[in-house]
Write a protein that binds this ligand. Structure first.
Ligand SMILES: Cc1cc2nc3c(=O)[nH]c(=O)nc-3n(C[C@H](O)[C@H](O)[C@H](O)COP(=O)(O)OP(=O)(O)OC[C@H]3O[C@@H](n4cnc5c(N)ncnc54)[C@H](O)[C@@H]3O)c2cc1C
Length: 471
């Protein structure tokens, strides 16, 4: 029987980062992954962050090419070639999955392909892809089995026309008319990408605004922009019936606005159900432990990601923290540092950056204006539009703004919200500032290079003080 210090089950950004950290600390480590293609990287790399952002890169280039004349370049009739896009996307996934395998080798992590289960105290069984089962003995186990697409009970998925995000990433044809249910990050990103590829897109959201976890002003701005780009946006609306037809799908949407109900029937080529994900905790041997899951399938952990069994840790999408790759990775490092007896730093979930790769991009960290008020802060805000930033005009993306939320007593920075060009890169400035417990004054005194998009962050800090320079 192989003996390990740590066995990690699941090789997503939680699991593989935990394994790297364990290897770095000199622990004898194994990782178990059931993916049949023998690729490491999990949802993030194979069916999530990486392939979707490759699709987005194509959409961005297409948008730029379509407006090439504005930048002094003549191009005729640019359009997306889905087959070539698919090859490019596959190349990126393959390269990155290979990179994770290389990192396992570099950090002396043994890789076992197969289904991993806790098989009793300090034991993990691996049902190999060849059907043979082996048992690993280990001092610690890190569960990182991730999440899967969540479907709606009244919608029968045929995975052809009525699809989830995994199916969509297999498609090599552009949907003629895509209806998307759910305007969270995943739904909004796909809606935005296919709109720019030239599909007709209808985005249906149950609550009264898009990207409901973001600041209200950001939600309004993204809705305005999506509509301007030609998307059919239906908020306060829910899909109540779905029927597969010969050449597509019939979707009934009910809308409630101002106390009035109305219903609309939409004929579309495809329906994407993007209503969330569920933790994968059903078949990993929890019955051999005293670990329990809640009614949504999540495993309870303490601030060091330790479960009710002190030799088992749980990280990533299987615990009730934000479903994000960077959260999973940080939790992986935290868990391994803790089990190894190293200084371990619990995460401050208020400081997790949220990024949505739509056009325009959206990113935020900290509290929204509403959340800050709910927590009892005396709030002041400052907003600066990209339309007044030289670099934004140069790149031809002047939509959006930076909004800073602070409190009045010490000018402590409570939140930063960005909608606009490179928002997902710019947000790191706010994340670092908040991690360092910076005030708005320090942000205002930070010298921002010119001409950059980051100047909008400095100007938003000026705006909090009521003294913008360029407006
Ligand atoms: C379309 C889409 C786009 C996304 N985009 C972003 C983004 O841009 N940024 C971001 O931060 N997040 C994004 N996410 C979310 C992100 O992918 C997840 O939060 C992240 O992958 C969670 O990591 P994880 O390690 O917990 O699990 P996962 O990445 O889900 O990996 C779990 C792994 O465990 C394996 N596994 C499960 N059970 C077993 C078992 N019993 N034995 C062996 N192996 C097992 C699975 O095969 C899988 O490989 C996106 C998600 C989707 C679906």
């Amino acid at each position: 029987m192989s003996k390990y210090d740590v066995v990690v089950i699941g090789s997503g950004p939680g699991g593989y980062v935990a394994a790297i950290r364990a290897g770095q600390l000199g622990l004898k480590t194994a990782i178990v992954e059931r993916e049949k293609t023998e690729r490491l990287g999990g949802t993030c790399l194979l069916r999530g962050c990486i392939p979707t952002k490759a699709m987005l890169q194509t959409a961005d280039l297409l948008a730029k090419a379509s407006h090439a004349e504005d930048f002094g370049i003549s191009l005729s009739d640019p359009k997306v070639d889905m087959d070539k896009m698919d090859k490019y996307r596959a190349r990126i996934v393959k390269k990155n999955a290979g990179g994770v395998k290389y990192l396992m080798k570099k950090n002396n992590v043994d890789v076992h392909f197969g289904h991993g289960r806790i098989a009793g105290k300090n034991k993990v069984s691996v049902e190999g892809l060849d059907g043979k089962t082996t048992t690993l003995e280990t001092k610690h186990c890190v569960l990182a089995t991730g999440s899967a697409c969540q479907h709606l009970p009244f919608i029968e998925m045929d995975h052809e026309r009525i699809i989830d995000s995994d199916d969509l990433l297999q498609m090599t044809d552009k949907p003629e008319h895509l209806v998307v249910i759910g305007a969270g990050a995943v739904g909004s990103e796909f809606a935005s990408v296919f709109l720019r590829y030239g599909s007709e897109v209808t985005l249906v959201e149950m609550v009264d605004r898009l990207l409901p976890i973001e600041d209200v002003e950001v939600s309004k701005e993204i809705e305005k922009s999506f509509k301007k780009q030609g998307m059919n946006v239906m908020t306060s609306s829910k899909v109540t019936d779905v029927t597969r037809t010969d050449d597509g799908v019939k979707v009934v949407v009910e809308t409630t606005k101002g106390g009035k109900n109305s219903a609309k029937e939409i004929q579309a080529s495809h329906l994407l159900v993007a209503t969330g994900r569920r933790p994968v905790t059903g078949d990993c041997g929890l019955d051999k432990t005293k670990i329990e899951v809640d009614d949504r399938g999540y495993i309870a952990v303490d601030e060091y990601m330790q479960t009710a069994e002190d030799w088992v840790y749980a990280i990533g999408d299987i615990v009730n923290t934000p479903w994000l790759a960077h959260v999973a990775s940080h939790e992986g490092i935290l868990a391994v540092d803790h089990l190894a007896g190293e200084p371990a730093h619990p995460l401050n979930y208020d400081l997790v950056p949220n990024c949505t790769y739509t056009s325009p991009e959206v990113a935020s960290v900290g509290l929204t204006e509403e959340q800050a008020k709910e927590r009892g802060y005396d709030v002041k805000t400052g907003t600066f539009p990209f339309s007044a930033i030289g670099k934004a005009s140069i790149v031809g993306q002047t939509e959006g703004f930076v909004k800073i939320v602070s409190e009045t007593k010490y000018d402590e920075l409570l939140g930063m919200h960005i909608i606009g060009p490179k928002a997902t890169e710019l947000i790191t400035e706010g994340t670092v500032a908040m991690e360092l417990e910076s005030t708005v004054v320090e942000l205002l005194h930070t010298i921002h290079p010119h001409p950059t998009l980051a100047e909008a962050v400095g100007e938003a800090a000026h705006a909090v003080m009521g003294e913008t320079i360029h407006i």
